[in-house]
Design a protein around this ligand. Structure first.
Ligand code: HEC
Length: 111
């Protein structure tokens, strides 16, 4: 009886630990976990509007920066994440978290 109880508690702790680990969007490493950050498809677009639209246009048609309408033809998502975080040519590096940069990149390549 007592043993069963202990097993139940221990099992419960394992489950809790597993959930907790998945939730901390620490930023580094958990690259494939962007879906856990809400998963709603609107996030990438919203983040784009907040961080990129001022230079690349609200409709991706460009402005101070080049059009990004067909950016998926030239870059894959990981290259776009790199551009966001490190800048490129006259584009300054953007202060965007890894997970957010991935959301933006995933959204951009689909446009
Ligand atoms: C301060 C203005 C500015 C902001 C803000 C900005 N960019 Fe840029 N971006 C540029 C400029 C200018 C270039 C052209 C760089 C070059 O090649 O010299 C560029 C280039 C790029 C390119 C490469 C395009 C190509 O065809 O080579 C990508 C991809 C890109 N930006 C994505 C983003 C994303 C995503 C964001 C938001 C996180 C963002 N940029 C925010 C100015 C900006």
């Amino acid at each position: 009886m007592k043993k069963k109880l202990l097993t139940a508690i221990f099992g419960g702790m394992l489950v809790l630990a597993a959930c907790g680990g998945g939730d901390d969007g620490g930023g580094d490493g958990g690259g494939e976990e962007s879906a856990s950050g809400g998963g709603d498809t609107g996030a990438g677009e919203e983040l784009y509007q907040q961080n990129c639209a001022s230079c690349h246009g609200g409709d991706l048609s460009g402005g101070a920066g080049p059009s990004l309408e067909n950016v998926g033809d030239d870059y894959d998502a990981s290259e776009i994440v790199d551009i966001i975080q490190n800048g490129k040519g006259s584009m300054p590096a953007q202060n965007v978290e890894q997970g957010d940069a991935e959301e933006i990149a995933d959204w951009l390549v689909q446009q």
